[in-house]
Ligand binder design. Structure first.
Ligand code: ADP
Length: 193
């Protein structure tokens, strides 16, 4: 399936406002990829597909997670996290995407993970800061994204973690681990620099 066919099919799966968000993530992911040396075509493809399963019924997402072996410990946490893993499964099964880098960037775009690849970071950060996003702190993330991909992503994870803490919600611990991993990386760079 070519790029335009994938875009049309994904667009048909979601309300128009979510497509506008996806278009924003595409444009931002390409820009970040160019700035930080990731592959812009892969960044765009992952961005197109990142929310493909967002509007699936929760029961269908749960079934797909179990059948695909993607569930891990996710079923114990907020179903809002599931669409990323379901999205990677759907991208492979229904859209013929085989590139593991693209599938990983889709899979980890919400939670992050320890040892994020450049492409994971680009897509995850683009999801936080695309032009349609409006939450406290988003402008600081956009500013930082011009200087440091890792520092901007830490700010993104911090905003999610703060929101979850402020609302008494369960935190999927991988996001905390992903954030700590980036901070260690930044500390190491500061020591060497
Ligand atoms: N570590 C986490 N633990 C629990 N919920 C989380 C975690 N990380 C993200 N979320 C929640 O998952 C939801 C979806 O996040 P995200 O993928 O960034 O949004 P979208 O797919 O709508 O662009 C958000 O409501 C966020 O609060």
């Amino acid at each position: 399936m070519d790029r335009n066919a994938i875009m049309e099919r994904v667009r048909a799966q979601m309300p128009e406002r979510r497509w506008a968000h996806t278009a924003g993530v595409m444009e931002t992911a390409v820009r970040l990829a160019e700035r930080y040396g990731a592959d812009p075509a892969k960044a765009e493809l992952a961005a197109i597909l990142h929310d493909v399963a967002k509007y699936w019924k929760i029961e269908d997402q749960k079934r797909a997670l179990i059948e695909s072996g993607e569930a891990g410990d996710l079923l114990e946490y907020d179903p809002q996290l599931w669409h990323a893993h379901v999205g990677a499964h759907v991208a492979r099964r229904d859209y013929g995407i085989e590139d593991p880098e693209v599938l990983d960037a889709i899979r980890w775009h919400t939670s992050g993970r320890v040892g994020m690849t450049l492409l994971d970071k680009v897509v995850c950060l683009a999801d936080y800061m695309e032009p349609g996003r409006d939450f406290p702190g988003v402008d600081r993330i956009r500013e930082e994204a011009g200087r440091s991909l890792d520092r901007a992503l830490v700010l993104g994870f911090d905003s999610t973690i703060s929101f979850l803490l402020a609302n008494g919600r369960l935190i999927y611990p991988l996001t905390v681990m992903a954030r700590n991993d980036l901070i260690r990386l930044l500390d190491k760079e500061a020591d060497n620099g």
